[in-house]
Design a protein around this ligand. Structure first.
Ligand code: PLP
Length: 379
């Protein structure tokens, strides 16, 4: 098998698996228990908070564990709305956010909150003047993702954070695709709330974290016990957090090396695809781009059909976002960068990891080339 769908999820690192195991059978105490046996489980949470806080330049009491990226995104959008007692509320986000953000915003619209979905340019970068012009006296939140999960475009977070700060508006970013893949500094970016997910950087599924700036008063998302400093009730996922922390440490320590390696592999693959297959165009930004992301449109080809053909060869790629594969509607991200429905339908997303080799890339390009020629012959 050749796995080229690392934006959907990643293989767990051996370090992450090893870190989890003792918390299933040896140290299975409840992290909230007072006795010694429980505090062993509690320590793994505190160690995780400490390690992760250093990776994004915040304090350890600003890290809250969640069940993943989706929960963190829901939390940010919904709890900021709930905490704000203003009569009229307005949120600004972009047209290319993950559904966890978009659908949370739509849920808030049904509760009477006004939402502006700001445009991006043809390479997927948010239009900053449009964003700033959308601000009103009622604006309580700006939510702009750090890096897009479909086209890999990296957003100008520092500029967005600067705008949010200038107007005193809370700034949330979905950093699920960027955390441990490219550097993040929440102080430098002026971020108030950040979402991340363990299974996108070599950790287990079903666990993630959010950073919430100290002093930001939000209500609990889960009601119950006083875990996670009262913000998120529920028995702490000691094993999951141990795995996430170990995965984060490994990815973080190797980040510069991985960026260099993946960028070279990515650009080599893009080069071959564009040169050797007629009608291939790259979606997203050529340089403000995640090191592991390739998203192309292939004229006249159905991306879904090509994906199935690659699957028969043991190659995993994706069309649009994995979360939208159950329905056939074209990707909202590709439409937002100006592709028409046919071009969007002809797109394939290939996302690498540091484990992929040049041989795998060459084999994949050769097969795409062959299958595209076959499909065009039939047409
Ligand atoms: C995967 C992903 C999510 C959802 O995270 P889960 O932990 O799978 O719930 C949210 N946002 C982005 C950008 C993602 O890529």
């Amino acid at each position: 098998m050749i796995y080229l769908d690392n934006a959907a999820t990643t293989m767990m690192s051996k370090e992450a698996i090893d870190a989890m195991l003792p918390y299933f059978d040896t140290y299975y105490g409840n992290p909230s228990s007072i006795y010694e046996f429980g505090t062993i489980s509690k320590e793994v949470l505190e160690r995780g908070r400490r390690s992760i806080s250093k990776m994004i330049n915040c304090k350890e009491n600003e890290i809250y564990f969640t069940s993943g990226g989706t929960e963190a995104d829901n939390f940010a959008i919904k709890q900021v709305c709930e905490a704000c007692k203003r009569q009229k509320k307005h949120i600004i986000t972009t047209k290319i956010e993950h559904h966890a953000v978009l659908h949370s915003c739509m849920a808030m619209e049904r509760n009477g909150v006004q939402v502006t979905y700001v445009d991006v340019d043809s390479r997927g970068r948010v239009k900053l003047n449009e964003l700033e012009n959308a601000i009103t006296n009622d604006t309580i939140l700006i939510s702009v993702m750090h890096a897009n999960n479909e086209i890999g475009t990296v957003e100008p977070l520092e500029r967005v954070g600067g705008i949010a700060k200038k107007y005193g508006i809370i700034f949330h970013t979905d950093a699920v695709q960027s955390f441990c893949h490219i550097p993040i500094d929440v102080r430098h970016f002026n971020v108030d709330i950040l979402s991340a997910s363990s299974h996108k950087f070599g950790g287990p599924k079903g666990v993630g974290f959010m950073y919430v700036r100290e002093g930001l008063k939000l209500n609990p998302f889960m009601d119950g016990g006083s875990q996670e400093m009262g913000l998120r009730a529920g028995t702490g996922n000691a094993a999951g957090i141990a795995g996430m922390t170990a995965a984060a440490q490994k990815s973080y320590d190797n980040m510069r090396k991985n960026i260099r390696y993946e960028t070279r592999l990515r650009d080599y693959m893009i080069g071959r695809l564009v040169r050797e297959i007629p009608g291939v165009s790259l979606n997203g930004h050529p340089s403000y781009r995640l090191p592991n992301n390739i998203n192309i449109s292939i004229s006249g080809i159905d991306g879904g059909v090509l994906m199935v053909m690659l699957d028969l060869e043991g190659i995993c790629v994706s069309t649009g976002s994995a979360c939208t594969q159950s329905h056939t509607s074209p990707s909202h991200v590709l439409l937002a960068i100006g592709l028409d429905e046919r071009q969007a339908g002809s797109s394939v997303r290939i996302t690498l990891s540091e484990k992929n080799t040049a041989e795998e890339i060459n084999r994949t390009v050769d097969i795409i080339k062959r299958e595209v020629a076959k499909l065009r012959e039939k047409a």
